[in-house]
Design a protein around this ligand. Sequence first.
Ligand code: TEU
Length: 521
Amino acid sequence: MDDFLWWRDGVIYQIYPRSFNDTNGNGLGDLAGITARLGYLVELGVDALWLSPFYPTPDADFGYDISNHVDVDPRFGTLDDFDKLVEESHKKGIRIILDLVLNHVSDQHAWFQESRVDDTNPKHDWFLWQDQIPNNWESVFGGKAWTYDKKRGQYYYHMFVKEQPDVNWRKAEVRKAQMDVVRFWLERGADGFRLDVFNVYFKDDQLRNNPKKFGRRAFERQHHIYDGDQPEMESVLEEMRAMLDEYPERYAVGETFFATREKIKRYNRAGRLHAAFDFEYLWSKYKPEKFLKAIENWESLAEEANIFPNYVLSNHDTPRPATRYGKGEDDGRIKIVMAMLLTMRGTPFLYYGEEIGMRDISLKRSEIMDPPGIKYWPFNKGRDGCRSPMQWDDSMNAGFSKTKPWLPVHPNHKKRNVKNQQKDENSVFNFTRKLIALRKEYKTLRQGDIIPFTEMPKDMMAYLRKSDDEEILVLLNFSKKKKKITLPKMSWEVLFSETRNDISGNTIMLSTHEVLLLKKK
Ligand code: TEU
């Protein structure tokens, strides 16, 4: 593990394009907007961008319902804009990861439009059509997974909203057409892919009922053994991987739906995916022992699966860490989890705005756009909260757009914005930037072993990052209370601190939410 391999050793930054930067004045971010901010991303120090979908979409699931997989939605730009973004990013050493949504398409996609006409057209079996509802399968976003189409006079299957029909991956032509999509973007310079719910591409060929289990929502009251994770998936991953391997240093990370240890091992073995997400860490409570448990589980699983772990604190489907863990506008806890994320043995993923501690917006019921939010309000308010416009400055619309943005900007943008934080040495932005730079400088922080200290006072987390020739101790005070810590009896120097230049003796007092990195002399 000597060389810097971008997807393993780098920091990956997720952008939700419609919320990042609007340059064409339609209230939605666009690809040119990302290109315009590459300087900022270089300053932050990230190595790759994962772009959530920017393909043509009727927005039933805000981009995850795609009506053409090989184009750019005109609201977000053109294929030329995509080429420019790739070219400019590559010049700056930044890789581009695309979101591949191949389980379903939009009901406006030409394939579905053709398929629904009758049961004899050339694409009649490109989707899962049935005369009657054949089983108890439920949709993730509520309601039956089978919807009647009047035109065709049959039911079709959709795991997500009814505007997202699932394609029939068993059909050879479908499989080929999907692989052509992958090839299209590889040829256009994409460095990698995030595979949206890839493990549900295939469903049981006999469409059997899922067994029941105890749960809250209908979807959760079933064991999902027949509407996903079928053996056919393995050869698709192998085919995809072989295609990726025709190009240098390409990468695929899977969003394993209902991930289990077994599934991750199965889909990530040699010749399949490079990486998988682990959401135990993301969903951890703000407690060192919970995070440590998630780290321990992920470490052992990654070892068994022979993959490199990665760590995520949020994405476009979850509330932001600052919302889940933060208290008001205080950033103490945000710095703790950010420091933890950036000193893990595992590739860190940052979600746009996390580097300035953005909080979720809260919306009135009438403002909700996200389908699960509309359906389940007030039990589930949907995912709009974490998708608000990036806060660039204190101007109107936070410097995101000249017009009213598609979602409101957070009112805290007057203070909490990139421009202010760049000027403030103690901001979350500068804190994050410095830690990313340290991660780049010290191989031990990227690849060294992680050894947690188990005998720690309550709310204290400490771990050693260790390689043959270097040891770095990470100390994180999760609480507001001061913590007295006795360090291992060696000489230490300060590698990172917001307040200290040196330490004397082996007993130190950590202040409120202090982050301290020490290097063995
Ligand atoms: O997510 C799949 C998934 O796990 C979520 O739908 C999850 O169940 C939901 O966020 C809980 O509210 C992927 C995408 O990340 C998501 O944005 C899409 O909506 C979904 O697939 C369909 O493409």
